[in-house]
Design a binder for this molecule. Structure first.
Ligand SMILES: *Cc1c(COP(=O)(O)O)cnc(C)c1O
Length: 389
């Protein structure tokens, strides 16, 4: 089988009769039929082909093909955003009365889905702490149908043992869903460890340049059939334009991730003994509590580093205000380095107690380390740290 880089570059939709080298953008809502009979056959699924872009489109098909190859997944769908993927993976596969067991450290909006929205439709959930996986057995109920996890978590960078999760899901007959946004398929392939469904916010590293929103749901063919039915009739479709952008981005995912990871490791190492910081967290630093686990299931440590400043919210905000280059914006996985203060932004809807449980302290800063020269990134952080004293 060709290597990751080669497939991400060479898999493409069939050439049109114009013999183009780069895939064109198929901005069309619907596709024409040769005859009434062909229309009937395609609607009846007797013949394969594009009908309407809410169902499928050559650009979304190309992206799905590439990310499926990267993840080692059988099939998939694209969605308009990462949250549409998180929502769709749960809504399509569960029903009233079902229960979800989830890792506590979840993306902010995923937490809102589980605690505020799904309960409206009779789907309940329980959080497990990853420091206490020995106790998760007790959290499984007779109606538990799904195990939903995120690793590394946002922004706590907690690592969940995917091998353990795969075995746990099998033992309890649960659908294992893994949000693989932080790692990307280049660093980690949850399907290898038994994940039935892998979800992505393609907005982050898959786009990699902060341009478009997108999401993906990938996994076992049978489950994706149900997800596809749900998506066809509820309409969270990805625009062909966004799919074209994201498919182009897949061509450079490996080379970008190599640099994100080496820059992030350089930042983490440089600041790990700083007197201004309580802690520097990065999966591939030996001081990370799950360093060995990260090494086992990830190719490199990813592009996110967290710094815990001494001095709480005041110091954290002063630090951010003194950065000259690094952008203040909620995105991540961009070629430009980005700073976020989770306690007052992405995770401000959580109570102080909820934040504490997932390790989001007042002084925690999340840095999405970009592709600028590592010396310039380090210099910006060092200068802001000095000025925030
Ligand atoms: C950003 C993000 C999402 C949501 O994706 P959108 O594209 O913003 O809708 C979900 N999970 C994780 C881990 C994320 O970082």
């Amino acid at each position: 089988m060709p290597h990751f880089e080669t497939e991400a570059i060479r898999l493409s939709s069939a050439k049109s009769n114009q013999r183009e080298h780069s895939s064109p953008i198929y901005l069309t809502s619907s596709f024409t039929f040769e005859s009434a009979e062909e229309a009937r056959q395609m609607f009846a699924d007797e013949v394969e082909g594009n009908i309407y872009s809410r169902y499928s489109n050559p650009n979304t098909a190309e992206l799905i093909q590439k990310v499926c190859a990267a993840e080692g997944a059988e099939d998939g769908i694209t969605t308009a955003s990462g949250m549409a993927a998180m929502f769709g993976s749960i809504a399509a596969l569960l029903q009233q009365g079902d229960h979800i067991l989830a890792s506590r450290s979840l993306f902010g909006s995923t937490h809102q889905l589980l605690t505020k929205l799904f309960p409206k439709w009779g789907i309940s959930s329980t959080y497990g702490d990853i420091s206490d996986i020995g106790n998760w057995e007790k959290l499984v109920r007779p109606n538990t149908k799904m195990l939903f996890i995120e690793t590394p978590s946002n922004p706590g960078l907690e690592i969940i043992d995917l091998e353990w999760a795969g075995q746990f899901a099998t033992a309890h007959n649960l659908i294992l869903v893994v949000d693989n946004c932080f790692a990307t398929p280049y660093l980690q392939q949850p399907a290898k460890w038994g994940a039935h469904i892998v979800t992505h916010s393609a907005t982050k590293y898959i786009d990699g340049q902060g341009r478009v929103l997108g999401g993906l749901i990938l996994g076992h063919k049978k489950l994706i059939e149900e997800v596809t039915f749900f998506a066809r009739h509820t309409g969270p479709s990805m625009s062909p334009f966004n799919a074209w952008i994201l498919s182009k981005s897949m061509e450079t995912l490996a080379i970008r991730m190599d640099r994100h990871c080496s820059n992030a490791l350089a930042v983490a190492k440089y600041f790990q003994n700083s007197k201004d910081l309580e802690f520097v967290k990065y999966p591939f630093l030996p001081s990370h509590p799950q360093f060995h686990l990260a090494k086992k299931q990830m190719k490199y440590g990813g592009g996110i580093v967290t710094l815990t400043l001494k001095g709480g919210i005041y110091r954290a905000q002063k630090f951010i205000d003194n950065l000259q280059m690094i952008s203040i914006t909620p995105n991540l996985g961009d070629s430009r380095s980005i700073v976020t203060h989770p306690a007052t932004t992405t995770h401000s809807k959580l109570s102080t107690e909820e934040r504490e449980k997932v390790g989001i302290t007042d002084g925690l800063i999340r840095i999405s380390v970009g592709l600028e020269h590592q010396d310039d990134i380090i210099q910006d952080i060092e200068m802001a740290l000095n000025k925030s004293r």
